[in-house]
Design a binder for this molecule. Structure first.
Ligand SMILES: *Cc1c(COP(=O)(O)O)cnc(C)c1O
Length: 450
């Protein structure tokens, strides 16, 4: 019997065969069109080497649902479906008039939702002839996901990891190495970008430098590709497997959420769970409000500006219109590293501009408190990023009047927090600050934007 046929029918029926192509329903949101005259491009971007299959996914206005190739789908079966459960203990403890459901994307070996796109990208890169993937990672979630995806598909993997994060999270490096990847501390002596940074005495590094090092090295080698963890439409598309799967699971439970809440870094887990749910609500005339949770330390949606900005997710698109705090904005060193990026995806920015979803900013202490509460009640220690979404869910559940019909909430837990114990430890010992950028800092950074 083929291994495929041995899978349970539950697994086979629940794990989606297609991604939801949100661009098909909103073609105008990707046609930002006009080029901003005043924009001064300071950075020369490197020509894209992305395979056509992936590029097409970022701009496909013709296909409502995109088939997940079977070989990729089989890899998804190693950890999907991910749990969708009701947080009854949490509801009881809070005594709220709300039903809180959660989808848990942390139950795979890489620890976050990023594996959904890492597998898809490595699949397409391999198909296009790549033998080696190079990437940059900050806190290490993306690096771990791509390292594991390369392991499963038999490709070589090199990860430039931000030096300061590497010294804070040596376990992440160990994990990537277990998966067969080579991990290089960035800034490194291997690239011009890295040497430049070192010459300027920048030893701590940044995600922008690590990414630039990865791009530089990938351009020098044949059969070598650079991969990016979030922001691009194709990445958002791959993450819609979360929402598509949640729809299948909710149908079995016969419930539909009034609110879908997810944390917002560059937007992939938010789009992944939110856009399929929104599509379903529109189709069947239901109400479903999407809410993005961002940290007060990096409030690009609630306090940023919608304007043209260098998009250094990948270095392949020189400028895009997005909500941003400015490329020079350096968010305070909060523990939710995945939410510290100064901008957000072009597509989601356009949606937000058209008031198609809401955003709420959360203090890191409130987030970590919500995370600990979730561990005590539901047995999962969420990533500090995901804990921001939980904090919004708890706020909204508490606000909902007892006299109304119960509020149905679906919250995405994008990853586990087992490598973030230092954050929780500091919170519990009460030695953690609620780091907020000053008004002045935001003003200066926004003033640089035209
Ligand atoms: C990277 C990351 C995020 C933020 O990225 P998005 O693209 O906005 O989803 C959120 N949660 C976790 C656990 C992450 O690793």
């Amino acid at each position: 019997m083929h291994i495929e046929e041995k899978r349970s029918s539950y697994q086979v029926n629940i794990v989606p065969r297609q991604w939801y192509n949100f661009i098909y329903d909103h073609p105008t949101l990707i046609n930002v069109g006009e080029i901003h005259n005043n924009y001064k491009t300071k950075k020369v971007n490197i020509a894209p080497k992305q395979p056509l299959s992936l590029m097409k996914q970022s701009f496909d206005t013709e296909t409502p649902f995109i088939d997940i190739p079977n070989d990729l789908w089989l890899k998804y079966l190693t950890f999907r479906p991910t749990p969708l459960k009701r947080a009854l203990n949490l509801e009881n403890l809070l005594s709220v008039n709300a039903q809180i459901y959660y989808k848990y994307e942390g139950a795979n070996v890489s620890g976050s939702h990023k594996l959904n796109t890492a597998l898809a990208q490595v699949y397409y890169y391999k198909l296009a002839g790549a033998k080696h993937i190079i990437t940059g990672t900050g806190a290490g979630q993306w690096g771990t996901a791509i390292a594991y995806a390369c392991k499963l598909f038999g490709l070589k993997c090199t990860v430039f990891m931000v030096n300061i994060s590497l010294s804070q999270k040596p376990q992440r490096k160990a994990m990537m190495e277990l998966m067969g990847a080579t991990v290089i501390s960035s800034p490194s002596g291997y690239t011009k970008v890295g040497k430049n940074a070192l010459n300027k005495n920048n030893k701590l590094g940044s995600l922008a430098i690590a990414t630039a090092e990865a791009i530089e090295m990938s351009n020098q080698e044949k059969y070598t590709q650079f991969a990016v963890g979030s922001g691009e439409n194709s990445v958002l598309l791959h993450q819609t497997i979360i929402g598509q799967e949640a729809l299948n699971q909710l149908q079995k439970l016969d419930v539909f959420p009034d609110q879908v809440i997810a944390c917002m870094g560059a937007g992939s887990n938010f789009a992944g769970i939110g856009l399929p749910l929104r599509m379903h609500a529109n189709k069947f005339g239901k109400n479903c409000q999407l809410i993005a949770a961002e940290p007060v330390a990096c409030p690009k949606l609630t306090r940023g500006k919608y304007t043209y900005e260098i998009n250094d997710f990948s270095g392949t698109t020189p400028i895009s219109k997005m909500y941003t705090l400015g490329q020079k904005f350096v968010a305070p060193a909060i523990h939710a590293g995945g939410l510290r990026y100064h901008g957000t995806s072009e597509f989601l920015s356009a949606m937000f501009h058209h008031k198609m979803f809401e955003a709420s900013a959360i203090k890191q202490k409130e987030a970590l408190q919500a995370g600990l509460l979730f561990m005590e009640t539901e047995g999962i220690l969420p990533a500090p990023e995901s804990a921001h979404a939980l904090a919004v869910a708890i706020q909204n559940a508490k606000k909902h009047p007892i006299s109304d019909k119960p509020l149905n909430i679906l919250v995405n837990i994008s990853g586990h927090g087992l490598f973030d114990l230092a954050a929780y430890d500091q919170f519990q010992k009460n030695i953690l600050d609620d780091d907020m950028p000053s008004e002045e800092m935001i003003k200066i950074s926004l003033a640089e934007l035209t």
